[in-house]
Design a protein around this ligand. Structure first.
Ligand code: TXA
Ligand code: MG
Length: 345
């Protein structure tokens, strides 16, 4: 199959819409990461997403809509809880996904057999324009091969999926750079299953009490069922071995310098670069600038693979306030939960 490269103009948006309405697969830009979209009401089209990505069938997809009214219009959920109206008012369109009881229109392939469905109204105008052009809600996971870092540019998508999907619509680099916050509204207390651009602090300011699922920062115990199936997989991982250090800034410099050598890299902050010796440095941004760190993280993880010779990457375990929690969640998975705790001074 030849994968068409489409551009950010009205004609190409209509082409994307036609391909999707006919059951095709098109990668589209969103403000978080690129999504691999198919008609969410067409079980066969949705099944092709799993095949193209090599995604485990037990991992459900997010349904993307162009307007809040699409939830009812397409019978996506059984009922809209009060909490969903409050969150939509505050954060939609934007990087927030809400899980609700699923409605009749959702094929089993989308919900992976669960009785719930995840719904998101993206902020990227091209994403919404494509949904409107397709005249159907779009199921879309991140447009990467399963297990590799999520794509934040059309080039990343092409690198993973060229020849496997009908088209990629290039809408430029993604602003947020990390996938949406996923919150379930079917538990007694709303619970964050995946942290993202909308922070836990922001969610609490609207809803009051909000829980954070254990799986956000911890490996599930053997046999424990994941509330969000995607959280149980090793994820976002470059081919090199990522090792996280829980330590102070000076301990980080000392540890990395004492492990320097060929094949060693540091995924670090701008301020570390002059102090590190004999290792390749890849900066996520200024210390404490979580938005930039989030924006660059997946591109940095992909660049590490591009260098080929890198075998070990050291990075710091980030702080967990604000968007830091999302950066930490992705880095911990990239590291396969491998964290070295240095003595705190
Ligand atoms: O920002 C995003 O959310 C991007 C863009 C394309 O919108 N999409 C994305 O999709 O990250 P994906 O499939 O890579 O991640 C969806 C996550 C997975 O961890 C999945 O297990 C979880 O959401 N999920 C989806 N439906 C769910 C459900 N009904 N119950 C629990 N978790 C669900
Ligand atoms: Mg993904």
């Amino acid at each position: 199959m030849t994968t068409q490269l489409l551009h950010h103009n009205e004609q190409d948006i209509q082409t994307a819409g036609r391909l999707l309405a006919a059951g095709g697969l098109v990668a589209i830009p969103t403000e978080t990461v690129y999504g691999l979209a198919a008609d969410a009401t067409n079980g066969e089209a949705v099944a092709r997403i799993f095949a193209a990505k090599g995604r485990p069938m037990d991992n459900p997809l997010i349904v993307h809509i162009a307007d809040f009214g699409d939830i009812r219009r397409f019978s996506l959920v059984r009922e809209i809880p009060e909490t969903a109206y409050a969150l939509a008012n505050a954060f939609w369109p934007g990087p927030l996904t809400m899980i609700m009881k699923k409605g009749d229109a959702i094929p089993d392939a989308v919900s992976a057999g669960l009785d719930t469905v995840a719904v998101r109204l993206p902020a990227h105008p091209v994403a919404r324009a494509v949904i409107r052009a397709a005249q159907t809600p779009l199921a879309a996971p991140s447009a990467n091969l399963s297990g590799s870092p999520s794509p934040t540019s059309a080039q990343h998508v092409m690198g993973d999926l060229d020849g496997k999907i009908d088209a990629v619509l290039d809408g430029g680099d993604c602003a947020v750079g990390l996938e949406s916050t996923v919150i379930t509204l079917v538990t007694e207390v709303p619970r964050v299953l995946r942290p993202g651009g909308v922070t836990v602090e922001q969610l609490r300011s609207v809803l009051g009490e909000v829980d954070v699922d254990d799986a956000v920062l911890h490996r599930l115990a053997e046999g424990q069922v994941a509330a969000s199936p995607g959280m149980k997989y090793k994820h976002y991982a470059p081919k090199a071995n990522v090792i996280l250090l829980s330590c102070t800034d000076s301990e980080f410099i000392g540890y990395v310098n004492s492990h320097a050598g060929s094949g060693v890299a540091a995924l670090c902050c701008d301020e570390d670069i002059p102090m590190l010796r004999g290792v390749m440095t890849i900066s996520l941004g200024a210390r404490g600038d979580y938005d930039t760190q989030a924006h660059r993280l997946f591109d940095c993880l992909r660049r590490i693979d591009g260098y080929g010779s890198v075998q070990t990457v050291y990075s710091r375990l980030p702080a967990t306030d604000g968007v830091g929690l999302a950066v930490c969640n992705r880095l911990i998975r990239a590291a396969g939960f491998e964290v070295i705790y240095l003595e705190q001074t």
